[in-house]
Design a protein around this ligand. Structure first.
Ligand code: 4NP
Length: 159
């Protein structure tokens, strides 16, 4: 997690090797460029890939576009995440349902779909690219960049 004060945001997908590490890297870079203090991390619903580096396709697409994955290792969502983070953004509806069933009553974290930050858009989910080709990773990068820009605009307007 980036150790800044300010808002804390956790991005969640199924495996924490394709979509959410990309969202973490993109959002962190854009927030830093804008000067908004945030703590950003990512996690997966399943533990299967815990300890692994991001998928080589996420690394390739991300690094080609200037994003860094220096300290990115997969981990599973933990109960403590629900008290540690202000916002927990799910990549798809299945992820969101899983998070809702894990959320303790004491948690004040705001759960939602990441693409819900895109107003006037029919897009709801960042699709799972794992079993597809590299073009799926290009597509999720575009969605993640759009949603990151939109959420950063919302945060700027809150300041
Ligand atoms: P992610 O992609 O949820 O975006 O990290 C996946 C990675 C691994 C698997 C599924 C999706 N898997 O089934 O192992």
């Amino acid at each position: 997690m980036t150790a800044n004060s300010g808002l804390s945001i956790l991005f969640v997908c199924l495996g924490n090797i394709c979509r959410s590490p990309l969202a973490e890297a993109v959002f962190r870079t854009k927030a830093q460029q804008t000067g908004i203090p945030v703590s950003v991390d990512s996690a997966g619903i399943i533990s299967y890939h815990a300890g692994k580096r991001p998928d080589p396709r996420t690394l390739a697409i991300g690094e080609e576009n200037g994003y860094s994955f220096e300290n990115s290792y997969a981990r599973q969502v933990a109960t403590t995440d629900f008290t540690k983070y202000d916002h927990i953004f799910a990549m798809d509806k299945d992820n969101l349902e899983a998070l809702q069933s894990l959320q303790p009553d004491s948690s004040g974290a705001q759960l939602g779909l990441f693409l819900s930050v895109l107003q006037d858009s029919d897009l709801a989910e960042v699709p799972d690219p794992y079993y597809g080709g590299i073009e799926g990773f290009q597509h999720i990068l575009q969605l993640i960049e759009q949603a990151s820009d939109a959420f950063i605009e919302q945060l700027k307007n809150r300041e």
